[in-house]
Ligand binder design. Structure first.
Ligand code: SAJ
Length: 416
């Protein structure tokens, strides 16, 4: 029996899943959030996060009384801060971290521990959070940075199974962090200091972003030699020390396209990281050009964009390449664009997302552009899609269509 009390600040996809797993690991957990509608939803035993297994586990923990949503922060052995850190003008907006740290501080008893999980620029824990605790907290407290590394779509598995970095501001804090995470983490716990843990977390997503930018550069270069970039990458990766990622319309979501900016924050040097970030951001324009090459004029052409989610199998449309593509085709080229996604309902005010049958959705279109690797698109048969289309053009940015069978029925298929 681990038997700790934990107050989790922020019940988004990280906070709620961590709170739930902690509650199922013999801890007494309070889930604190300032969003009244979210708390009410939980009290009615519903979870709007589209994450496999989440709702059942949340409801079980609440029914057993180990997880309690609360409107006021509670005193607890540990305060886990899982609040958002959006990027604004290429800088981290730390207002939610500051507010959560202040709330935790005013509820802290001697010996309690604050753990920051949110992704933050290096130095945030020591330079921003620690001074708040020193000024207004008790004489004795622990402060730890312990980033999450879970993959949306696999959160409940990864929150338990992944290795974890635990970086305290001193040795006692690190030990207190280990005591908490070993109550539910099956992976290894790697101890370090807070700033190293912050940097390492950002290094993971930055590695992915730069690697994807490299794959996108390879894809553009292979065009000049008329070879298939995916085959090149597959063969490149036969060397056990090579792991080239997959080209696409540029990474979306709230991590990979964001974290590299946090890493560059404060440096005046030009970095490879920023350059890669820009290359990836420009991929949407590159895809527009791939579509444009197929027509004399794009104005008034009807284009069906398939995919608003930032990646396959999720309902999250934050920094969605599909939506950015739809915007650019409409605003820059005057095309008549419609957007489809089987998982996302309404990502923003600008677009109505349709989620019915694809053959019906594309009727009358001049081109389809696949921007998300959903299984539903992978399983599409070209015959029925072809029926209602006006011009048979398919631009497959995620390589999910079986190009030869689409070409067989008359489609011109373009890939990145
Ligand atoms: N993508 C490519 N090519 C690839 C791989 C991905 O274009 O070869 C695109 C995807 O389509 C998507 C974007 O990149 O648009 C990001 O997807 P992802 O699956 O790489 O990552 P996320 O954002 O869902 O989750 C990442 C993960 N980080 C790493 O794998 C290093 C996850 O472990 C982190 O916990 C998460 O960010 C986070 O919260 O930071």
């Amino acid at each position: 029996m681990s038997g700790k009390t934990v107050c989790v600040h922020g019940l988004g996809y990280i906070g709620l899943s961590t709170a739930t797993v902690l509650a199922h690991s013999d801890n007494q957990v309070y889930g604190y959030d300032t969003d009244e509608s979210l708390l009410r939803e939980l009290e009615h035993r519903t979870v709007s996060l589209d994450e496999p297994g989440m709702e059942r586990l949340v409801v079980e923990a609440m029914d057993e009384g180990t997880l309690t949503p609360v409107r006021e922060c509670r005193a607890a052995d540990y305060h886990l801060l899982c609040v958002p850190t959006p990027v604004v003008d290429r800088r981290a907006d730390l207002s939610a971290v500051t507010e959560a740290a202040e709330t935790a501080t005013s509820n802290l008893r001697p010996g309690d521990v604050v753990v920051l999980e949110s992704t933050v620029p290096p130095g945030t824990t020591v330079k921003r959070v620690l001074p708040l605790l020193e000024a207004d907290g008790p004489d004795e407290f622990g402060l730890v940075y312990a980033p999450e590394t879970v993959l949306p779509g696999r959160i409940l598995t990864e929150v338990r199974e992944n290795d974890r970095l635990v970086g305290g501001v001193d040795a006692a804090a690190t030990k207190a962090g280990v005591d908490l995470y070993e109550s539910f983490v099956e992976g290894r716990l790697h101890t370090t200091d807070a700033t190293t843990a912050e940097f390492a977390k950002l290094a993971q997503n930055t590695y992915r972003d730069v690697n994807i930018a490299l794959a996108n550069e390879f894809a553009k270069l292979t065009r000049e030699h008329d070879v298939d970039p995916r085959r090149v990458i597959e063969l490149g990766n036969t060397n056990p020390r090579v792991d080239i990622h997959t080209p696409g319309p540029g990474p979306g979501g709230h991590c990979v396209p964001v974290d590299p900016w946090f890493l560059c924050e404060g440096t005046s040097r030009e970095t490879l990281i920023e350059y890669a970030r820009q290359l990836n951001d420009e991929m949407v324009s590159y895809v527009c050009e791939l579509v444009g090459e197929r027509f004399e004029e794009l104005a008034d052409r009807r284009i069906s964009v398939l995919g608003a989610a930032y990646k396959g199998g999720v309902a999250d449309a934050r920094n969605s390449p599909g939506i950015r593509l739809a915007d650019e085709l409409r605003d820059r080229y005057g095309a008549k664009v419609r957007l489809h996604d089987p998982h996302v309902s309404s990502p923003n005010m600008d677009w109505t997302i349709e989620n019915g049958s694809v053959p019906e959705f594309v009727a009358g279109s001049d081109a389809i552009v696949v921007t998300t690797d959903h299984d539903e698109y992978r399983d599409l048969h070209p015959g029925p899609v072809r029926e209602g289309m006006r011009t048979l053009v398919a631009v497959d940015t995620k390589d999910v269509l079986d190009a030869s069978s689409w070409r067989e029925v008359g489609f011109e298929v373009a890939r990145i």
